[in-house]
Design a binder for this molecule. Structure first.
Ligand code: KG4
Ligand code: ZN
Length: 346
């Protein structure tokens, strides 16, 4: 095959990911997560994450190469997440990428973590994506660290940011609400499960940045901090009254508020830009209600919803490799070996 063989390294948060692709076919996706080490703190602890990346890097690399049945010498280029993310965590991945690139004399590509979340969907269907993009798309990226709407003309090009959260990320809201409902971290999966047994319109929680006045200044921005506070107040009031907290209804109503705003603004972005493809990525894209509501609201407008398989929505190395492949195919020049990390990369 003359498709490039690309290795991707991801360490921006708590997942050490090494992915290997040939063109848009996934050959290996090895992920070592330090999530259990953070669970008792209720969130990711940067120093713990950095140390875990250091320990996991070499074994995860071996695992990925073994699975793909290739050696470092076979690789055409190494792509690595340069930002945004935790500064110390990013440094481990970029330093490893530089070491491997120098040792094996391979070009290196520093990539944007958010762009990689989008690019992973361009993997072939049998690899868990939906194939290459043939026209512009809107991307809704929702995870523990980001909630953004982007206009994507070309996955190998620059992306136009349309909006982002002005406070908490969507996944962060899930994690905080889970905590106050005594559910484990990360909170997305247990809330998703609890919500199946409740009603999304049992409690009217606020929809951030959707009033006409807010829309004028923040049409494609999100805010979830007020929602989290509203849920906390509601639960506290119920506990004070001595009545049991209807956990399933709280979870479902909270989830409905998040998914309502995310899908409303995503559809608005697609329609405003005349786009017929919506890609949803990031850990929260694994949410069952978000997927269902997005399809329900996009279908009447002829908008196709593309969500990669769940394992590719959360952080992994395959997404970095997938973006690296698109950059190589597009003839983009590699980064310098002095490539810096940028924890606040836009
Ligand atoms: O993309 P990701 O693995 O890491 C970050 O870059 O943050 O996303 C993790 C986030 C967590 O906040 C987690 O609670 C959320 O994704 N999440 C979910 C679901 N699965 C994971 N949120 C809602 N529903 C889910 N099923
Ligand atoms: Zn992410």
């Amino acid at each position: 095959s003359d498709e490039p063989l690309i290795l991707g390294i991801e360490t921006s948060c708590d997942e050490t990911g090494i992915g290997i692709v040939r063109g848009n076919v996934l050959l290996a996706d090895a992920v070592a997560s330090s999530v259990d080490a953070h669970a008792r703190y209720g969130g990711v602890v940067p120093e713990v994450a950095s140390r875990a990346h250091l320990e996991a890097m070499v074994p995860t690399m071996s695992r990925a190469l073994d699975t793909a049945g290739v050696t470092l010498a076979d690789i055409d280029a190494i792509a690595v997440t340069a930002g945004p993310g935790l500064a110390g965590a990013l440094l481990v991945g970029v330093a490893a990428a530089k070491g491997y690139a120098l040792a094996a004399e391979k070009p290196i590509y520093g990539v944007n973590h958010l762009a990689a979340h989008v690019a992973v969907d361009t993997l072939a269907a049998e690899s868990g994506g939906h194939g290459l993009l043939t026209e512009p798309a809107i991307a809704l990226l929702v995870s523990g660290g980001h909630s953004s709407l982007l206009y994507v003309d070309d996955v190998a090009g620059s992306y136009e940011p349309l909006g982002a959260t002005i406070d908490d990320a969507a996944g962060e809201a899930y994690d905080k609400v889970a905590r106050l409902l005594d559910m484990p971290f990360p909170g997305g999966p247990p809330i998703d499960r609890a919500a199946q047994g409740g009603s999304g319109d049992a409690i009217a929680f606020p929809r951030g940045l959707t009033s006409p006045k807010d829309l004028a200044a923040h049409r494609f921005d999100f805010s979830f901090s007020g929602l989290k506070t509203a849920v906390a107040r509601w639960v506290e009031a119920r506990e004070r009254s001595g009545d049991p907290v209807p956990v399933a209804d709280v979870a479902a109503s909270f989830q409905e508020a998040v998914c309502d705003v995310l899908t409303r603004k995503a559809v608005d972005a697609c329609r405003t830009r005349g786009v017929r493809t919506l890609i949803i990525g990031g850990g929260v894209a694994a949410n069952s209600r978000l997927r269902a509501l997005a399809v329900e609201r996009c279908a009447p407008h002829g908008i196709e919803v593309r969500v990669p398989r769940p394992g590719l929505c959360t952080d992994n190395g395959a997404m970095v490799a997938a973006l690296g492949a698109r950059l190589v195919v597009a003839g983009v020049a590699p980064s310098a070996l002095t490539l810096p990390t940028d924890s606040a990369l836009p």
